[in-house]
Structures are given as C-alpha cells and as structure tokens.
Design a protein. Structure first.
Length: 254
C-alpha cells in the first residue's frame, strides 16, 4: 500500500505523462519483498522508469512553502502531509482564533475550475455539523493554487494508529466502525459519495472517536488510486465515485 506522499507523487507522474494508470498498476503488482520499505521514487529510479533528474524536476513542481500561501483571515503554519490530490497544512483562522486544516490543490493536477464549482453547493459548507465528518469552512483560489479549509481534528490517521499499536480488537473496532457508517449514511442522505475510502482518510481522535476527512471532495481525473481500494465497478469506470462503491470499500476496510 502506498503512502500518501507516494500517492501524490504517482498522480504527478501520470499527469506529466511519464506513466499511465495501467503502467503504474503493473509496476506495483510486480513488486516483491525486496521493494518493501522503499519510496515510490526509489523504486522508479531502480527500475529505470525515471532518472534522478526526472524525480528532482517533479519534486520541484510540488514545492509549496507556507509563506507562499496568502488567504484572507488565515495563517498557514506548517505542512502536515500529502495525499493523492493535495498538500495539507496546519493553519489558523485569525478572526475565530481556531486551528484549521488548509488543503492546496496543485494546478498541475488539473480540474481546478470544476473543483470550485462542485464545492459551491457542498453540504458540509452549511451550519449543520455531523460529528463523524470534518466540516468544510471555506474554499477558493489563491493564485496559482486552489484551496479549501476544513475544521482541524487533532488525532492520528487510522493507518498510522494500526501501524503503531497493531490491529484493533473486535470490541474496540465496533464503535469506530459504527461512526464510520454514520458518516457514510450522512453522505447517502446528501447524495455525496466519499470516493476515496482508505485508512489514511480516517482520523482517530484523542478521545477515541472516528472522524472522516476529505468527505465528498471532488477528485481530479489525474489522481492515482490503488487497485486494492477500488470496488469492482470502479475498475471499469474509475472516474465516477458512487455510494455503493463507498459501501464496498468500507466493507473491505473492515
């Protein structure tokens, strides 16, 4: 399973026409135990898909410093990580004096205008707060980037928690799974599929609750999604996330 940073890099590779989705799938399927623990960059270099110069060029395209991002009423503090479509930063909303999560969609991934159009009617922008789902506070464009701001949820990703503490016992997992399904039910009520259910997109809070992130956010067409997390129908039509696909993914995760 790829890390969020590797997924981000895979999307960049495909958007810059170094590889297509099938070639990336074939590469990942061919990995053996000697490749475990290596980054995607290391693997691509060793297998001669990319040169060191190619890797450095692609990395430079993805460099965004907090000091370069100017959004009215928000202060960007530090990078938290990278997913397969954006870079995530910790920030503060100055008027409310609260911590927030700021996500930057790089223009190289495309689909920015469609992204903004989709967000203009997003249910999570309303006053309603559904506890298992991170609330969307604001979105817009800060040239040359598109951004969105979500409420900040302190905690650890489900993937990192399992890596650190080991698998959950059935009794510990059941209430978290119930909260995950509650979030999925919220999406169903609003016709809002998640489209990218993975262990990294759940946060286990300090109080032991499950929280969805990236819920219902539009997915640029050039992002890479690992086959192991795709429902069967998504492998045939990957551009259209759906609620049944979400249910399949959550079942796989369980």
């Amino acid at each position: 399973m790829l890390s969020k940073e590797d997924l981000f890099f895979a999307s960049t590779i495909m958007n810059n026409k170094f590889m297509n989705t099938q070639e990336m799938d074939n590469l990942l399927a061919s990995l053996d135990k000697d490749d475990y623990g290596k980054t995607l960059c290391q693997i691509l270099e060793e297998k001669n898909f990319l040169t060191k110069a190619d890797v450095e060029k692609l990395r430079q395209k993805n460099q965004v410093a907090p000091s370069e991002i100017f959004i009215v009423d928000f202060e960007v503090e530090k990078e938290l990580g990278r997913g397969n479509a954006w870079i995530t930063f910790l920030g503060r909303q100055l008027s409310r004096e609260i911590s927030v999560t700021i996500k930057i969609l790089l223009p190289s991934l495309g689909g920015g205008a469609e992204w903004l159009k989709h967000l203009s009617t997003h249910p999570l922008l309303g006053p309603h707060i559904h506890p298992p789902v991170s609330r969307l506070l604001e979105y817009g464009e800060c040239d040359p980037w598109f951004y969105l701001v979500e409420e900040y949820t302190p905690g650890i990703s489900l993937q990192d928690k399992i890596a650190r503490d080991g698998p959950f016992s059935p009794s510990a997992w059941r209430p978290l799974l119930a909260e995950a399904f509650s979030g999925l039910s919220f999406g169903q009520e609003h016709g809002l599929p998640h489209g990218d259910i993975r262990p990294e997109n759940f946060v286990v809070t300090a109080s032991g609750h499950m929280k969805w992130s990236d819920f219902g956010l539009p997915k640029p067409p050039s992002i890479y999604r690992e086959p192991c997390f795709l429902a069967p129908e998504e492998k045939e039509s990957p551009a259209t996330p759906s609620l049944p696909s979400d249910l399949y993914r959550l079942g796989m995760l369980s």
